[in-house]
Design a protein around this ligand. Structure first.
Ligand code: CUA
Length: 188
């Protein structure tokens, strides 16, 4: 009789078929390739940037952002301060439910150290239309070396569900060409 309660006769002690051995070898080799790709991609792929990470309290980060705004503010845009920091400086972007502060005006081909942090819950920094995504986590000041390589207006979209106003949480980065300062407007 053969039911589910009676185990079928096993053959596991017999040598594996040649085809099975080949597939196990291929699968193992591919695992090793993918395993090696993880560190390799970090250095060669240019896709996983090495950030500078510090612990920070929400209050301290808010103070630092306010100081940054006071120092470099050049105008406002829909109630949000517009800030134009000099090339090479530290730039602070603060996420709160449900806004990004301030609006950044950066120069094309200039390097900045861009700091990201949240004052409340997890948010996601997503820059459109370029496909750049970062987690914005409360308690951590995550800094990236960035060099804008394209002039234009870029929209920051929150890509981490953070509450009822998540879909309204948009911000802006304006990249101006070095020579086109006058035509880019703003109160300089
Ligand atoms: Cu912030 Cu979604």
């Amino acid at each position: 009789m053969h039911t589910g309660l009676v185990s079928p006769k096993g053959i596991w002690w017999k040598p594996a078929h040649k085809a099975e051995k080949i597939w196990v070898a291929i699968a193992f080799a591919w695992c090793m390739v993918l395993f090696a790709m993880m560190p390799l991609w970090h250095f060669k792929g240019g896709q996983n940037p090495s950030g500078i990470r510090h612990k920070v309290t929400a209050a301290a980060y808010a103070r630092r952002t306010q100081e940054f705004i006071r120092t470099y503010q050049v105008g406002t845009d829909a109630g949000i301060p517009v800030v134009e920091p000099p090339p090479g400086s530290d730039v602070y972007l603060q996420a709160t439910s449900f806004s990004w502060t301030p609006v950044l005006r950066l120069r094309k081909d200039a390097e900045y150290i861009m700091h990201l942090s949240s004052l409340d819950v997890n948010h996601g920094f997503s820059l459109s239309p370029v496909n750049i995504n970062f987690q914005v986590v409360p308690g951590y000041d995550y800094a990236l070396r960035v060099t804008p390589n394209e002039a234009g207006e870029f929209q920051i979209v929150c890509n981490e569900f953070c509450g009822i106003g998540h879909h309204l949480m948009v911000g802006k980065i304006i990249v101006i060409d070095g020579d086109a300062t006058a035509s880019a407007g703003g109160g300089e």
